[in-house]
Write a protein that binds this ligand. Structure first.
Ligand SMILES: [Zn+2]
Ligand SMILES: [Zn+2]
Length: 205
């Protein structure tokens, strides 16, 4: 089912490569032998638990994570394995890949309903942006002005906080900012209002 879902999905190339990696490393080794009809909420809950336990699905044996799979002399880069959970964002993406595959299975009449809706949906990771402080942003802008075109772009991005796609579109804006909130080059700077927003905006906007 997964193979056919991958074949028929119209993902972009980079997305497909990422998803192929998830399928090879996580989905196939853990669920590959289970028939679609035998999947249930419990399967998915244990699958998610395993993804949260160890991203290498190590089987809880003591072993060394070698720096390369090829013959080598071990050095400090070869270390005793420590289980690390797979990231919340990746677990969520894997959940949605499976969800898509199962919806297709329902449409094709292979199963009457999709069991994944009864499993817990992995939570989205909390946003932890680390925007530069106003002082750091000022240094970035100052450095960028060495090239006027690059400086303009960086300045615009920092003072408006627009997304990259917004930056590429045609638009015009007038910003009035008190001089007390400007850098030496006149760039208005302010810390984000909330950690979640984490975008620098002109003062008073
Ligand atoms: Zn080694
Ligand atoms: Zn492990």
């Amino acid at each position: 089912m997964l193979d056919q879902h991958f074949e028929l999905s119209t993902w972009e190339r980079s997305t497909r490569e990422t998803y192929d990696g998830y399928a090879t490393k996580h989905i196939r080794p853990l669920l590959g032998t289970v028939q679609v009809g035998a999947l249930n909420a419990r399967t998915f809950d244990s699958f998610h638990a395993e993804l949260r336990r160890c991203r290498d699905h190590c089987g809880r044996t003591r072993h060394v994570d070698h720096r390369t799979p090829h013959p080598h002399d071990c050095d400090e880069r070869c270390r005793n394995h420590k289980c690390r959970p797979l990231g919340a964002a990746t677990i969520r993406q894997i959940h949605f890949i499976l969800s898509g595959a199962l919806k297709r299975a329902v449409r094709w009449g292979w199963i009457s309903s999709t069991p994944i809706v009864f499993a817990e949906t992995p939570l989205a990771p909390k946003a932890k942006p680390r925007p530069p402080s106003p002082e750091e942003a000022a240094r970035i802008v100052t450095e960028a002005w060495a090239d006027p075109e690059w400086g303009t772009l960086v300045w615009l991005a920092i003072v408006t906080g627009v997304r990259r796609s917004e930056l590429c579109g045609p638009w015009a804006v007038t910003v009035a900012v008190p001089t007390s909130h400007r850098t030496a080059q006149g760039a208005p700077l302010k810390s984000p209002r909330t950690r979640r927003s984490a975008r620098c905006r002109p003062s008073g906007w």
